[in-house]
Design a protein around this ligand. Sequence first.
Ligand code: NAD
Ligand code: UDP
Length: 331
Amino acid sequence: MKILVTGGAGFIGSHTTVELLNSNYEIVMIDNFSNSNKEVLNKIKIITQKDFVFYEGDVQDNILLEKIFSEHNIDVVIHFAGYKAVGESVKQPLKYYENNLYSTIELCQMMEKYKVKKLVFSSSATVYGQPDKLPIKEDSKLMTTNPYGTTKLMIENILKDLAVSDETWSIAILRYFNPIGAHESGLIGENPKDIPNNLMPYIMKVATKELDNLNIFGNDYNTHDGTGVRDYIHVVDLAKGHLKACEKVLKSNGIDAYNLGTGTGYSVLDLVNTFMKVNQVNIPYKIIDRRPGDIASCYADNSYAKEKLNFEATKTIEDMCRDAFNFIKNS
Ligand code: NAD
Ligand code: UDP
């Protein structure tokens, strides 16, 4: 079984490629390294002791895509490639609409041409915007609060139209909650070059003393300790969810969306305290104003993924904190 992984050198794509190789899938990968680096490819090979085919380039490049699809009999495509920084998307919306939408459209056109109609797509819990009810179910209303989120929702709608137009398509939309952690080998993980926007990468830069202290965005939310609550999921669990989604699209047609989360919410202070305890490091923090656009709580109802994909996350918040820091200490 041959899987094309777009954006496979990135944070989630690299972990998913490891799990796929470990399960004996053949991998063809494309990445333009716009948010990753070449060393990751070797690290994946070291972890798995397996090889894969790699193409350096842009998913928007249809000449390259044509070459890939004509050289390989692809069974399933997992589409990770895209930009993901919420703040940057507010400042540079066209960059986000261009990359995220065009790359998906080019990819689907090539898939259609080569009759490869099985797709797993990386969406996000951000498509739920301000949820009315917790935990969040897949049939909650969808709305977005920033251009990044809008690209995800627009792509979900494009894929739904595609599935309606031709019932031989089989598409799994995966709505990730908050992926953190790293592979337990410490060889791959997430280490953004710039000052991070997300909580866990920021905590790690404080732990390594690259940044002085964490700013906690508000402690006056209606949550158990006043700080924001999110559904953190270990990236290796998330990666395994993609294997389940591949199995699903291989055996049935149509389109469906699945939440990939643990179903449990942890606050900012829960995560900071666990990180300090597990890793025996100090994370100095200050409480500052709420971050504009943030919501108090967001966590998944994961029963649909359990029922339809047979997927359930197993790693704990302690695993996430330990593995994330282990990777940073190794890099
Ligand atoms: P990432 O930035 O680490 O990985 C994305 C990869 O895609 C990078 O290696 C980048 O170089 C590559 N890429 C981007 N545009 C490309 C293009 N046009 N052609 C070829 N390669 C391209 O991000 P990630 O955290 O691994 O996220 C993967 C996907 O999951 C993204 O679509 C993201 O929006 C989505 N997602 C991520 C999160 C998260 O918190 N990390 C949450 C929800 C959804
Ligand atoms: N957060 C914080 N300080 C930071 C980054 C994030 O207090 O430097 C909080 C944020 O307000 C939210 C939680 O941590 O309650 C998770 O934020 P993140 O940006 O990682 O994920 P998202 O808000 O996109 O779910």
